[in-house]
Design a protein around this ligand. Sequence first.
Ligand SMILES: Nc1ncnc2c1ncn2[C@@H]1O[C@H](COP(=O)(O)OP(=O)(O)OP(=O)(O)O)[C@@H](O)[C@H]1O
Length: 280
Amino acid sequence: MTTPLFEADTLTVRARNPSGWHDILRDISFHIKPGDILGVVGESGSGKSTLGLACLDLLGSAFHISGTRRVKGHNIDTMAEKARTAIRGRTIGYVPQEPMTALNPGMTVTQHLAEGLRHSTALSRQAKAERIGELLQAVGLDSGPHLRQAYPHTLSGGQRQRILLAAALAGKPDLLIADEATTALDPASRDTVVALLKAQAAERGMATILISHDLELVARHTSSLLVLRGGSIVEQGQTATVMAQPASVYLRSLLALSLRFTPRAPLSLFPEQAIQGAEV
Ligand SMILES: Nc1ncnc2c1ncn2[C@@H]1O[C@H](COP(=O)(O)OP(=O)(O)OP(=O)(O)O)[C@@H](O)[C@H]1O
């Protein structure tokens, strides 16, 4: 059996607030293998971003983490600090939810992408410049000098999101965690990004954890699905199976709301019987 790229076993994350410690994630278990695209959905505050940050080992000391997280079979908590740090960017790439705060206002687009290429020491200066051009085109952006020399404040939200995606892909990660990475994109750009993630899965086995509020996107393009509510998993499994017959009222409600606010979603995607009984 292929060793999962990442697996969580009864992962629980607690944070302290004025009334004491409280659970943000509770008993989360899942794994993701090369080429998989795992969708993570749930209402706002259900713990999606915290799960992404826990996978990246980016939660600080304000959080208490229990359970096990393994990267390529190695327990993160027992790794040497150097190996633990090396996971980020190389093994696991990350596209954060808020592009403006993630981009450095004093760095140009080229500098951001060059940072993503910092481990590619064998590449000449010329080869790096060409690679940056390829990455910009791959995410559907112009690769000319104007954009390359632009600073983040001069870019649109959708351009910033795609710069972050290009920078994350520059390191050729085995696993990409994309937290709402397509929210600011128009449908054509969104399709370009999804096609790129699928191509990376097919060509080099990159796995993706796609955190999204967009149920149509997740239904169409992920292989497996994890539904969070209040920090717990309420449903998980193959996307087609879970979407065709949601077991929880919660997912049926999310699907019904999605249909109401996303008229472009074809009804056949969410069979009528699947959303019947939704308490909305
Ligand atoms: N540093 C922190 N200290 C205490 N509580 C926190 C901290 N960070 C997040 N939380 C809480 O954890 C819960 C989950 O937050 P998280 O950002 O993971 O949710 P989410 O599902 O990604 O939401 P959204 O869809 O709005 O991005 C929220 O109730 C949030 O208030």
